[in-house]
Design a protein around this ligand. Structure first.
Ligand code: GDP
Length: 444
C-alpha cells in the first residue's frame, strides 16, 4: 500500500508523546526530528520538509490547550492539518469552459500514464456527468500510441479522433477541436506526445498546440513512483508551459509518497486526480484531507478527536474525574456517561474509528448492540435513588426486584453490576496512578 513506511514512522514519532500529560520542549523537538526524518525518507522535497516542520513546531508551541484533547492528540491534529495544507487543502475540480467543449490537454513524459489517464478521465466524465467526450490522438511519434488510444476508446465506448502519424500535431489538435465542436461533444481530451525527458522540441510543440486550441485545462500526468523526479518534471512543465493541474499516477505502487506530498507545495498547482491501478475505473479525485489521514494511518481517529472535542463538556469532565478519584462514581454518573457516549453516535461505529479497531478480533467479542445500552439503562432506571448512589446496598433480593422491574434476566443484572464495579475499580486505579495503563489499552 502507498505510504506504508511513512505512516509507520510518523506513528512511531507521535507514539512517543502518548501518555504524556504535558509535552516538554525537548519531547517536542525529538518528535519533530522524527517527523522530519520520516518525511525525508519518504522522498519529500527538502525545502517543503523544512517549512512543514517549522510550522508544526510553532503551532504546537503556541497551541493553547484544547478542551478534551491530550497533548499527543493535539499534535496529531496539527500534523494532520498541516499535511492537508501542504497538499492543497481541498479537492480542486476540473476547469470547465462556459461553452462546450471544455478543452483538456494531457501532457507528460513517456510512460507516465498519459494515454491511460486520458481514457480514465473520459470514462469518469461519462459516468459522473453523463458527458460525451471526444478523445484526440495527438502523439504522432510513438506509432503504437494511436492504436493504444483507440483500444482505450473502444473499451469505454468513447469516440477517438485521429489523423495518423503524418500530420502536424498542431493541425491534428485543431481538427480534433473542430470535430468536437461539430459533434457537440462536451469535452475534448487531447493526448499529446511524451518524451523520455523534458526537451525544447517537445515544449515548443506543446506551446504551439496550446496557442492553437487555448485549453481550459492543461493536465500534467506524472508517475508517483518516480518521487522527486516527478516533482522536477512538474516544475519543468509548469515553468515552460504553465500547467493547470496534475494527475499523479501509479499511486498504487508508490510506497513512499514524496511526490504526492511535494508537488503542490513546489509548483503551487493542484493535484486533481490520482491513478491507483491499471483499470479504466482506477482514477480518483484527490482529496488532500483524506490523503493526510491516510498517511497518518489514524483511521478516522481524527474525526473521533473532533467529535470528542465537540461533545466534551469541561466542567462535567472535571466533576467526573473528581468522583472517580474519590471512588464515588455511581450509577447516576454511569447513566450520564452512557448518554454522553450515545450523543457521539453508535458505539460500534465509534469503536471502529480507533486505529486498528476496525478489524480487531477483540471487537468481535464486544457486543455493541445499541439495544444493550437500552438494557443497561432499563436496569439502572429500575434502581432506587439509594441503590444508584450507594451501589453496595444492592443485595440479592434487590437484584431480583431490579430484574423484575427492568424485564431483564437476573444474570444480566448481576453481570452489569459486576462490570460496573470492575470499571469503577479500574478507573479509580488509573486516576490515582498514571495514565499509562489506559494508554497501553488504547494501543492494543
Ligand atoms: P503514456 O506513455 O504516458 O501514455 O503512458 P501509458 O498510458 O501508456 O501508461 C504506461 C503504463 O502505465 C501502462 O502499462 C499503464 O497501464 C500503466 N499505468 C497508468 N496509470 C497507472 C496507474 O495509476 N497505476 C498503475 N499500476 N499503472 C498505471
Amino acid at each position: 500500500m502507498a505510504f506504508e513506511g511513512l505512516t509507520e514512522r510518523l506513528q512511531n514519532a507521535m507514539r512517543n508523546l502518548r501518555g504524556k500529560g504535558k509535552v516538554s520542549e525537548s519531547d517536542l523537538r525529538a518528535t519533530m526530528r522524527e517527523i522530519r526524518l520520516a518525511l525525508l525518507e519518504a522522498d519529500v522535497n527538502f525545502t517543503v520538509v523544512r517549512k512543514f516542520v517549522k510550522t508544526v513546531e510553532e503551532r504546537a508551541k503556541g497551541a493553547k490547550v484544547l478542551e478534551g484533547l491530550n497533548p499527543s492528540q493535539q499534535i496529531v491534529k496539527i500534523v494532520d492539518e498541516e499535511l492537508t495544507q501542504m497538499m492543497g487543502e481541498s479537492a480542486v475540480p476540473l476547469n470547465k469552459s462556459p461553452k462546450i467543449p471544455t478543452v483538456i490537454m494531457m501532457v507528460g513524459l513517456q510512460g507516465a500514464g498519459k494515454t491511460t489517464t486520458a481514457g480514465k478521465i473520459a470514462l469518469k466524465l461519462k459516468k459522473e456527468e453523463n458527458a460525451r467526450p471526444l478523445l484526440v490522438a495527438d502523439d504522432v511519434y510513438r506509432p503504437a500510441a494511436i492504436e493504444q488510444l483507440e483500444t482505450v476508446g473502444k473499451q469505454i465506448d468513447v469516440p477517438v479522433f485521429q489523423m495518423g502519424t503524418d500530420t502536424d500535431p498542431v493541425e491534428i489538435a485543431k481538427q480534433g477541436l473542430a470535430k468536437a465542436q461539430a459533434d457537440h461533444n462536451d469535452y475534448v481530451i487531447i493526448d499529446t506526445a511524451g518524451r523520455l525527458q523534458i526537451d525544447t522540441d517537445l515544449m515548443d510543440e506543446l506551446k504551439n498546440i496550446k496557442a492553437e486550441i487555448n485549453p481550459d485545462e492543461i493536465l500534467l500526468v506524472v508517475d508517483a513512483m518516480t518521487g522527486q523526479n516527478a516533482v522536477a518534471t512538474a516544475e519543468g512543465f509548469n515553468d515552460a508551459l504553465g500547467i493547470t493541474g496534475v494527475v499523479l499516477t501509479k499511486l498504487d505502487g508508490d510506497t513512499r509518497g514524496g511526490a504526492a506530498l511535494s508537488i503542490r507545495a513546489v509548483t503551487d498547482k493542484p493535484i486533481k486526480f490520482v491513478g491507483q491501478g491499471e483499470k479504466m475505473s482506477d482514477l480518483d479525485i484527490f482529496y488532500p484531507d483524506r490523503m493526510a489521514s491516510r498517511i497518518l494511518g489514524m483511521g478516522d481517529m481524527l474525526s473521533l478527536i473532533e467529535k470528542t472535542q465537540q461533545e466534551y463538556d469541561e466542567k462535567q469532565a472535571a466533576e467526573l474525574s473528581a468522583k472517580i478519584k474519590e471512588n464515588s462514581f455511581d450509577f447516576n454518573d454511569f447513566l450520564d456517561q452512557l448518554a454522553q457516549i450515545q450523543k457521539m453516535g453508535p458505539l460500534d461505529e465509534l469503536m471502529k474509528m480507533i486505529p486498528g479497531m476496525a478489524n480487531n478480533p477483540a471487537l468481535a467479542n464486544v457486543n455493541m448492540d445499541p439495544k444493550d445500552m437500552e438494557h443497561i439503562k432499563a436496569i439502572i432506571y429500575s434502581m432506587t435513588e439509594q441503590e444508584r448512589t450507594e451501589p453496595d446496598v444492592i443485595n440479592p433480593s434487590r437484584r431480583r426486584r431490579i430484574s423484575r422491574g427492568s424485564g431483564r434476566p437476573i444474570q444480566e443484572v448481576n453481570r452489569m453490576i459486576k462490570q460496573f464495579n470492575q470499571m469503577k475499580t479500574m478507573m479509580n486505579k488509573m486516576s490515582n496512578g498514571n495514565m499509562s495503563e489506559m494508554e497501553n489499552m488504547m494501543k492494543a
